[in-house]
Design a binder for this molecule. Structure first.
Ligand code: NOJ
Length: 534
């Protein structure tokens, strides 16, 4: 393997949520040509790769995580040729492309599920999914992650399992046909030139054989009990041989193609089993995303994940935001220790926006100072907050629906991006259409208000990404320092002030970048991260 093939070990990977990135045709829904048209900005930002959330044909009951055809492009987003153009244009700009793969479930509109419905109980078509006949009562007590039972009954009496929405039937990974199909889907996209796959619900594919009752609500969005056995629907031993078989396919292709696991698995040593040398390359570090803004917890999660990944020779990843969680610019504006919320509505307690942004900038600079690979979520480079006051009638998230509106859902972090302060839809598209409403205050976050403006969040990200590369921080290590929350990574000191008093830069250290201006005496204020050359 060439060293450049291990590009992912220190890569900064930017998540594009196609619905909300850029709309080329003015229908209010982002699309692939829109992304291609804005790649220049991502190049200027200085990222290494993009990960595209699903753009495949889909009825969009779960924003595309309900795939009806794994080998196409939904007409809302363009056509296959647009995907090819996007990949080629990104590569031309030195940006790798990772696509999303959703193997735990298909859409109920997928040809296989339609065939299963038509063929009836006991048919081989139903063997591709998890059908059971158990009379009036569901086969077991499992709950859907989005709320309610995980089982749906058909008029013919059979029940089928759906760990997510009722329109997302779980596939049966004991069926060789399912396995063969996904190997082929991998090849389909690898042949088109993609550099890897983000694997949705990677810990869920294999279910415990007896489908044993599980009484607590099954959720990927909450912590699993690290001490107990894994729940019967998550993190079963059988998932690993699937990823080993995928890895063998990826390794046939040149240039370092990668698999990244979306696996809500704890503790870190258990998660690290997904990134053993013959399995995936990376796994999202959700414990880091979940850690409160407190030095002891952050240090513990950093140490624990570095140690667990080192033990298997894998790189550690870091992440603060994505399309499923409250944006960190808002999350960090709540009192420290508030659990990560599935969403916020206008009637809920509101975050302190200024504090949230200040801490978000400090958190990002801390994250980008860590060795390994970092994931950014579109809009965080603009300092975007969660849309916390979105009127309920606009919400589309099935988690909002299925929870009986008990949970606010994830729409607040999915609002289309503001590119130009004075344009319709803030330049998201050529018209004022936008599939989710953009807050009236978003002009100030628009890219064109931040470019070239010293101290803007956009310029902070650009500076940090460029220094990160220059100083090789992604390939470095963490050496904790005495005193403040600080570590040395190569020749750079990364220091975050969690205290209530300003602190001095160590003598002889030369400031490289700071998440906020230093105070009048050149000291580091509260909730500020600095990088300094030693
Ligand atoms: C995780 C995805 O990130 C989320 O958006 C989706 O709803 C579930 N998996 C189900 O596919």
């Amino acid at each position: 393997m060439l060293d450049t093939d291990a590009w992912w070990r220190d890569a900064v990977i930017y998540q594009v949520y196609p619905r909300s990135f850029a709309d080329s045709d003015g229908d209010g829904m982002g699309d692939l040509p829109g992304i291609t048209g804005r790649l220049q900005h991502l190049q200027e930002l200085g990222i290494d790769a993009v990960w595209l959330s699903p753009f495949y044909p889909s009825p969009q009951h779960d924003a595309g995580y309900d795939v009806a055809d794994y080998r196409g492009v939904d007409p809302r987003f363009g056509e296959l040729g647009d995907a090819d153009k996007l990949i080629a244009e990104a590569h031309g700009r030195g940006i790798k492309v990772i696509v999303d793969l959703v193997p735990n479930h298909t859409s109920s509109e997928h040809a296989w599920f339609q065939a299963a419905l038509a063929a009836g109980p006991g048919s081989p078509e139903r063997e591709r999914y998890i059908f059971r006949s158990s009379g009036e009562e569901p086969p077991n007590s499992w709950k859907s992650v989005f709320g309610g039972s995980a089982w749906e009954r058909l008029p013919d009496g059979d029940w089928y399992l759906h760990l997510f929405d009722v329109s997302q039937p779980d596939l049966n990974w004991d069926n060789p046909e399912v396995r063969a199909e996904f190997l082929d889907v991998l090849r389909f996209w690898l042949d088109r030139g993609v550099d890897g796959f983000r694997v949705d619900v990677a810990h869920g594919l294999v279910k415990e054989a007896n489908l044993t009752d599980w009484t607590t609500t099954s959720t990927i969005l909450g912590g699993l009990d690290p001490a107990g056995p894994p729940p019967p629907m998550w993190d079963q031993e059988g998932v690993h041989e699937i990823y080993q078989s995928w890895r063998r396919v990826l390794d046939e292709y040149p240039g370092g193609r990668i698999l990244v696991a979306e696996a809500w698995v704890a503790p870190a040593s258990r998660l690290a089993r997904y990134v053993r040398p013959d399995e995936m390359h990376q796994a999202f570090n959700f414990p880091y995303l979940d850690a409160p803004w407190r030095p002891a917890e952050l240090r513990a999660v950093i140490d624990e994940t570095l140690e667990a990944n080192d033990a298997v020779g894998a790189t550690t990843t870091w992440v603060l935001s994505n399309h499923d969680v409250v944006r960190h610019a808002s999350r960090l504006g709540f009192p420290v220790g508030t659990p990560r919320m599935p969403g916020i509505g206008a009637e809920d307690p509101q975050p302190d926006a200024a504090l949230g942004l200040r801490r978000a900038r400090a958190a990002t600079l801390l994250m980008l100072g860590l060795p390994g690979s970092a994931y950014l979520y579109q809009g965080e480079e603009l300092g975007l907050p969660e849309h916390t006051t979105m009127p309920d009638e606009f919400r589309e998230d099935p988690a909002w629906e299925r929870s009986g509106h008990a949970e606010r859902g994830r729409d607040g972090c999915r609002v289309p991006l503001p590119w130009e302060a004075d344009a319709p839809s803030y330049g998201f598209g050529p018209t004022d259409a936008s599939w989710l409403p953009q807050p009236a205050t978003w002009a100030e976050y628009a890219l064109d208000r931040q470019q070239g403006v010293p101290g803007s969040t956009w310029e902070l990200y650009r500076t940090a990404l460029s220094l990160r590369r220059e100083h090789g921080l992604g390939r470095g290590s963490v050496v904790w320092q005495e005193g403040a929350f600080a570590f040395r990574n190569g020749d750079v000191l990364v220091l975050t002030n969690f205290g209530s008093e300003a602190v001095e830069l160590p003598s002889g250290a030369r400031l490289l970048v700071s998440s906020e201006p230093l105070d009048g005496d050149g000291r580091i204020p509260t909730d500020v991260t600095v990088w300094a050359a030693l």
